[in-house]
Design a protein around this ligand. Structure first.
Ligand code: AMP
Ligand code: MG
Length: 430
């Protein structure tokens, strides 16, 4: 992390208008968090393939034209547009041929043309390509029917993809397959990326058992460890999985110190509810500068946020609620974008679908709700969304069955069947 003096939590909260830790609207929570989190420092050069999914640290400026020369977009014949007859066929003499990587180097007189393949450099002065399927061949002549092609068609211009001096990709970009291809088209073997963000996480609660342990009476298996791991993997951060920590002051303190010593971010689940009879909150408060929020959202009301300090270092803390659905929803609604910003990739707004609700949904104004939904194509076009059964915050199956979150905004009231609602789809193609 950088050495700039970080604002205190009080300073940040004074910048967030209408800040109320006991009934914090999601938008204000997001604004607070955006002001809190610093970006990683440190750039590494990576070979192109290793940079897939990583965050570009510098603008990439093209130092060549792509393509480097005017070339043909079709298999056909390259000609002078000025030879095309105004009304009637044009007859041209074929004087040679050009292949991709082995263009025609001779000169071409008016009334002549060159057989040309896709990607072959345009012979000097020729400006138009007629696709081969449009011409009639007659010995060493071709007949171009009237109106089959216009001047300038089927020719790709030098630099039309990337011109020399263009910013091909901007810093902050999460590199995707098309970007790797584009960087390759510029001949770049390596690219500068931000070092990976390190995120440590652990689960808290005496009732939690790890896979492989017997499930004692009153206990549950720790599922948050796996959903969190999965969500973090998808974000491309470096994940330090610290397992389950017992609800014991010494165990918690050493886990927090250990996590904060190694990571930029510490994420915990459980132990932040109001009236919780455990030590998690007390230890968080002891080791750092931490606020305990009640967010106007459902699921996922309680959350701790702040900094945990140890050995002169400080890590950002997200203390998420324990309920399995609440963990996932608070992660997507509040943590995801913050981690991206820390990783150097300020998040872009995610595309939402507008879908007709298949049924009525009860919703109180004054909080944001994230219901789990299954989106399908609607009979009359557009999309329809159906809520996945019970929306209890412990029912992880609702999340697993869903293909998106139905986002019901802060002011929204009840939804009638057929009303349009916003849906955040889980899956994207790229
Ligand atoms: P808490 O926020 O600690 O009060 O936990 C709320 C609920 O979530 C309780 O029913 C916990 O047993 C459950 N829970 C907490 N952590 C986990 C976890 N890691 N995996 C599964 N369930 C959990
Ligand atoms: Mg607990």
């Amino acid at each position: 992390m950088n050495d700039k003096p970080a604002p205190s939590l009080e300073e940040i909260s004074s910048c967030v208008s209408g800040y109320d830790p006991n009934a914090l609207p999601v938008e204000q929570a997001r604004e607070f968090i955006a002001r809190l989190v610093p970006r990683v420092e440190g750039v590494e050069m990576l070979a192109l393939r290793s940079a897939m999914g990583r965050v570009l640290a510098r603008d990439i400026v093209s130092d060549i034209d792509v393509p480097a020369h005017d070339n043909s977009a079709m298999d056909g014949y390259a000609l002078y547009g000025s030879d095309l007859a105004a009304g009637g066929d044009t007859v041209l003499q074929v004087v040679g041929s050009g292949l991709a990587g082995n263009g025609y180097a001779g000169s071409v007189a008016p009334g002549q043309c060159v057989r040309i393949m896709t990607g072959a450099t345009m012979p000097d002065g020729l400006d138009t390509v007629i696709p081969q399927e449009f011409v009639r061949q007659d010995g060493d002549r071709v007949v171009v029917p009237a109106g089959a092609v216009k001047t300038g068609e089927n020719r790709r211009l030098a630099g039309e993809d990337l011109a020399r001096g263009d910013v091909a990709l901007s810093a902050g970009r999460v590199l995707r397959p098309a970007d790797l291809g584009m960087l390759a088209s510029l001949g770049r073997a390596e690219v500068p990326v931000w070092r990976r963000l390190r995120v440590a996480f652990f689960s808290t609660g005496n009732e939690l058992r790890s896979i492989g342990e017997p499930l004692d009476p009153g206990c549950v298996y720790d599922s948050n460890r796996y959903t969190l791991w999965g969500m973090l993997q998808r974000l491309g951060v470096e994940v330090l999985d610290m397992g389950v920590v017992r609800d014991d002051p010494r165990a918690l303190e050493s886990a927090f110190r250990d996590a904060a010593a190694q990571a930029d971010v510490v994420i915990t689940s459980g132990g932040v509810s109001v009236g919780e009879a455990d030590y998690t909150k007390a230890i968080m408060a002891k080791l750092g500068d931490v606020l305990f929020w009640r967010i106007a959202m459902r699921p996922g009301r309680p959350m701790a946020i702040g900094r945990i300090a140890t050995g002169g270092r400080s890590a950002i803390l997200f203390g998420l609620p324990g309920n399995p659905v609440a963990v996932m929803v608070t992660f997507y609604a509040l943590v995801r974008d913050a981690l991206l910003a820390m990783a150097g990739a300020p998040a872009q707004p995610l595309p939402m679908l507008r879908a007709a609700s298949a049924g009525a949904i009860r919703k109180k104004p004054g909080r944001t709700e994230y219901q789990r939904g299954i989106v399908t194509p609607a009979a009359g076009g557009g999309w329809e969304v159906r809520i996945t059964g019970s929306q209890g915050s412990g029912i992880l199956r609702s999340m697993s069955q869903a293909n998106g979150l139905v986002v019901l905004g802060h002011e929204q009231g009840n939804v009638a069947a057929g009303d349009p609602v916003d849906v955040l789809p889980f899956d994207g193609l790229i």
